[in-house]
Design a protein around this ligand. Structure first.
Ligand code: FES
Length: 121
C-alpha cells in the first residue's frame, strides 16, 4: 500500500488556531485553491470554487463562514453550504456540492489523501 503521509496539508494545531486555511495544489492537473477547516473537531477540505458563478468562496471577504459559523458561505452572493457535506443550501444551487477532498490525520498532521492531488512547491 502506498504511503498516504506524503502530502501534508497542515498541522492539527494550525487547524485549531485558524478558522480556516487556504492551500494551493494541483488537483486533477489543475491548479486549485483548497479550503481546510475543522468543524466539530473533524477536518474537512473542499476545492475553493463556488458552483454558482465559479468564484472562490472568499473572493469578496477574507472569510468562508457565515455569521453563525454553522455554514460555509460564498462571499460573492451569499450562498451557504453544509460544512460537513459541501451541499449548497441556497435555492439556486440547492443540492449541488462543493468538491470535497479526502484528508488523513496522523500524529498531529493532516494530509491530503487524494491520488490525483499534488502539492505546489
Ligand atoms: S458565486 Fe458564489 S454565491 Fe454566487
Amino acid at each position: 500500500m502506498a504511503n498516504v503521509n506524503t502530502k501534508p496539508a497542515c498541522t492539527r494545531r494550525e487547524l485549531d488556531e485558524a478558522r480556516f486555511l487556504i492551500r494551493h495544489v494541483f488537483f486533477k492537473k489543475q491548479p486549485v485553491s483548497v479550503i481546510i477547516f475543522a468543524f466539530d473537531g473533524i477536518a474537512y477540505a473542499y476545492v475553493n470554487h463556488c458552483m454558482h458563478m465559479h468564484r472562490p468562496l472568499n473572493c469578496e471577504q477574507d472569510n468562508v463562514f457565515d455569521e453563525s459559523g454553522n455554514y460555509l458561505r460564498c462571499s460573492m452572493h451569499g450562498f451557504i453550504f453544509d460544512p460537513k457535506t459541501g451541499e449548497c443550501q441556497s435555492p439556486v444551487c440547492f443540492g449541488q456540492r462543493l468538491q470535497s477532498l479526502r484528508l488523513h490525520e496522523c500524529d498531529g498532521t493532516v494530509y491530503f489523501a487524494e491520488k490525483h492531488l499534488t502539492l505546489i512547491d
